[in-house]
Design a protein around this ligand. Structure first.
Ligand SMILES: [Zn+2]
Length: 212
């Protein structure tokens, strides 16, 4: 699946599928949902939500099995997906499928990453702003097979580590020095430093996390 830029994609979408929804959303988080169904498109979800008494599709973005992404409501419109206390403070993203029973497809995951990377910086949102529907409501959504840690991991900023290195000077004589390195974990910090070591040099102890 070829992913164009968000801006190019946006031009292929209606500004909103739900004209009547109020224009007062201020996203502070992204709430992730599954459809608890098979593969569905935005038009189908729009019908469900109308039948349930809403103005129309309650999500801002919907992603099908093959990675097709559709806009539901405009981002500046309040959603109808997570209850009154969150609908005007969040973006609602729905992936088609029932993730109590199966995982999202690879194409859905690629598209979700594409979408979040394009939209989260717009509102200054980081990893801690990604929320499962069930964190906010009594529901299984988005299902036990939804890989939340992986999704958050896309937005965890690398940390700074200090790594101590032993360097041979002469026979049985060693010099010690420290190297700073940006990495997402101690193991990654160690691997990065080990790649840069000279002959006979080795990492001593555990990389030390310096700060956020
Ligand atoms: Zn949900």
């Amino acid at each position: 699946m070829e992913l164009t830029t968000f801006e190019e994609w946006a031009q292929t979408q209606p500004e909103t599928m739900v004209e009547r929804a109020p224009w007062r959303n201020k996203p502070k988080m992204v709430i992730l949902h599954h459809s608890a169904s098979g593969d569905v498109d935005a038009a189908e979800v729009d019908r469900w939500h109308k039948e349930a008494g809403s103005f129309g599709v309650g999500y801002h973005y919907l992603i099908q099995f093959d990675g097709t992404c559709e806009r539901g409501r405009a981002e500046r419109q309040s959603g109808a997906h997570a209850g009154p206390e969150y609908n005007s403070r969040s973006l609602g993203v729905m992936l088609a499928g029932n993730f109590e029973e199966h995982k999202p497809t690879d194409a859905q995951m690629r598209r979700l990453k594409w979408l979040l990377e394009a939209r989260m910086p717009e509102y200054g949102l980081g990893a801690h702003c990604l929320v499962k529907h069930r964190t906010k409501r009594a529901t299984a959504c988005p299902g036990k097979h939804f890989p939340m840690d992986k999704v958050r991991g896309w937005f965890v900023k690398a940390k700074r580590y200090e790594v101590r290195i032993e360097s041979p000077v002469g026979k049985d004589v060693f010099h010690y020095y420290f190297m700073g390195v940006n990495a997402n974990s101690q193991d990654e910090a160690r691997e990065r430093v080990e790649k840069a070591l000279g002959d006979g040099e080795k990492v001593i102890g555990e990389p030390k996390w310096l700060s956020d």
